[in-house]
Design a protein around this ligand. Structure first.
Ligand SMILES: *Cc1c(COP(=O)(O)O)cnc(C)c1O
Length: 397
């Protein structure tokens, strides 16, 4: 009998009871706006900022409305605007080039390796073209961050890290988001902590923190932030920074605080699931898994494999066969953007040149979420199904 997987790839865990209780308390108070505080009260958003800054060892954390908002604010806060170029990954998701284009700048795409990290040789070759790299740790794969930072430092390129898939991850023990001048995170439902929507920006830089706070829509209430930079950092900035409202509210912060405390335990659960799928797929003929470097602490909330150099029709066939058996795979090689997957050449607002080596990799990337609602046995079953269907199509080739 052929087994069929019954789980749901977009079903996340419920919000912890503690978060639900805290959210109810906020609603009962009526004080949902982050600046609506009683005397001496820090509020849920301010506390969340303090706790997140402490968890990654940053001086400043700013909680905002989304990950995309955090990236846009980071770009503006480091002085990127119309006419500027920004280096970024060719393999990422639409909010990344979108954030660059939305401030009037132009993305310069850098290629991807077979290990799904940014191609450092390509980065080195293009480093002179821009002042900023918006580095997307796409699907949680960390590049060699020592070499990446050396390349960028030598070329005078500032690094902004998109950590939408690396909250809770680290490189040689340094939390993801802490090697660049700014780190950005997302708390959207499909990321590592879930408030529906939300984002963080972290930095150690007084001026960048002050500008980001003013941008987020702080009016003149910046003193009520969880981790405000010194008053002097606002002297000039408060008159010259436009307000682009994108604040976090107390309700979502209340939901997030218990989840943040639990993040390390969640990472272990994700990685246990990741390892079961990885183990189940390893050695499948025609299928390549990525290797995870020992310096990397990752969060296995999704897994990718490559069907490298397979004809498109065969890859489509694998996806269709897996879907029939309840296993939902995403493919980055499709001719048209679908769901969350799109490619640098789908973003027609951003000019791009053909990148043959990158196209070869993108064409073979198959991607799968691993929600924590899946058990380890679910993961073993999913791997068996993929292995069987990849095997059947591969043999017929
Ligand atoms: C989700 C995501 C973001 C941020 O997205 P929001 O939906 O705006 O929170 C940024 N980069 C990548 C790669 C993402 O997947």
């Amino acid at each position: 009998m052929t087994e069929i997987f019954q789980g749901n790839f977009t079903q996340q865990e419920p919000i912890p009871e503690e978060g639900i209780e805290a959210a109810i308390a906020v609603m009962r108070s009526g004080r949902l706006h982050r600046y609506n505080l009683g005397p001496g009260e820090v509020g849920e958003v301010g506390l969340l900022e303090q706790e997140f800054a402490a968890s990654v060892g940053a001086k400043y954390a700013l909680a905002v409305a989304s990950g995309g908002y955090a990236m846009g604010a980071a770009l503006r806060a480091v002085g990127i605007g119309p006419g500027d170029k920004v280096l970024t990954n060719a393999f990422t998701l639409a909010p990344v080039p979108g954030a660059i284009a939305a401030v009037g700048a132009t993305p310069v795409f850098v290629g991807v390796t077979e290990n799904l990290t940014i191609d450092l040789a390509d980065l080195e070759a293009k480093a002179g073209l821009a002042r900023v790299l918006m580095l997307s740790h796409m699907r949680g794969h960390l590049a060699d961050m020592d070499r990446l930072m050396a390349i960028c430092d030598a070329a005078g390129v500032l690094v902004i890290e998109d950590c939408a898939h690396t909250m809770g991850a680290a490189w040689r023990g340094i939390p993801s988001g802490r090697q660049g001048v700014v780190g950005c995170y997302s708390m959207q439902t499909y990321k590592h902590i879930n408030a529906g929507e939300g984002g963080f920006l972290v930095t150690d830089d007084d001026a960048i923190a002050a500008r980001a706070i003013m941008l987020s829509g702080s009016y003149m209430l910046y003193g009520r932030h969880g981790t405000p930079p010194p008053e002097a950092a606002f002297d000039e900035v408060k008159y010259t920074t436009p307000n682009v409202s994108g604040r976090m509210d107390n309700l979502r912060a209340a939901i997030l605080r218990p989840q943040l405390r639990n993040l390390d335990a969640q990472r272990d659960k994700w990685n246990a699931r990741y390892r079961v799928v990885e183990e189940g797929l390893s050695g499948t003929p025609g299928l390549c898994l990525t290797t995870r470097p020992p310096e990397e602490t990752f969060v296995g909330s999704s897994i990718q494999f490559l069907l490298l150099d397979w004809p498109s029709a065969r890859i489509s066939e694998v996806l269709a066969r897996c879907l029939k058996r309840g296993v939902e795979l995403k493919w980055f090689g499709g001719a048209e953007p679908a769901g969350f997957t799109s490619r640098y050449d789908s973003w027609r607002y951003a000019p791009s040149e053909a990148m043959p080596a990158t196209d070869r990799v993108l064409k073979g990337i198959v991607d799968m979420r691993l929600p924590l609602t899946f058990s380890l046995e679910d993961c073993a079953q999913i791997a068996r199904i993929i292995r069987a269907e990849v095997g059947a199509v591969y043999q017929a080739q």
